[in-house]
Design a binder for this molecule. Sequence first.
Ligand code: ADP
Length: 253
Amino acid sequence: MTAKSIIDINQLSYRYEKDTVLEQINLAIPEGSFLAIVGPNGSGKSTLLKLILGLLKIQKGEIYLFGEELSKFKDWQKIGYVSQKANSFNTGFPASVFEVVLSGLTKKVGMFKFFKKEHSQKVMDALTAVGMEKFSNRNIGELSGGQQQRVFIARALVSDSKLLILDEPTVGVDAENVGTFYQMLEDLNKKRGITLLLVTHDIGTVSDKVTHVACLNKHLFFHGEAQEFEKLTSEGIQDFYGHGIHLLSHHHH
Ligand code: ADP
């Protein structure tokens, strides 16, 4: 038996005005996968995420989330999302790490009159999952970019999320911490069984960190295991994009 799909995308196309930015995308993301969607700037990654999150109206094609057609899907607490601009708190922002994560819970379950021990436990559990439990009382603004990013992941995770969607998650992470950051994501995936979908333009560093890769450039021109992707790119990333672009132009004729 194959794992059930957390996200199923069928024949999805999207255009802004006259510009088609996504064309006939088919993509199934099975439960438990750790998928990176890679593509250069302007390749349609954010547009695809916005469609999945219901932030843009579907024009053509279908998206299913947890087996439910997107327009009927209501279980949004199952999905955690961290946007590219998440870690933009400055050092003066007066909120503790605990409060930032708690705000993710109230956003999804409604404001509390007073929060219970159960909620506090959920916050601490989410912080533990990202290795930040010792920082719960710290001011969010005092943390490094990578630490803040972990806190925002905890905020997205706090209500028993099954799927985590990350837009360019390593942008604020120092180069020397990128490895441990991906290790933390791998733990979320392997130990907690959370399905992970991230998008990045950083095609060079991500493929040995994830289990699956999908390459987007208006069309989806590769989707498969990360190892297979590495084999294909062993001649160089430039070549692979060239190859992809070649495939695209072939597709048009
Ligand atoms: P990526 O996330 O891969 O950088 P985007 O999905 O943001 O790509 O953008 C894909 C294409 O759509 C780009 O050419 C971009 O300029 C264009 N685009 C994005 N948003 C809009 C918009 N609101 N109106 C018109 N064009 C847009």
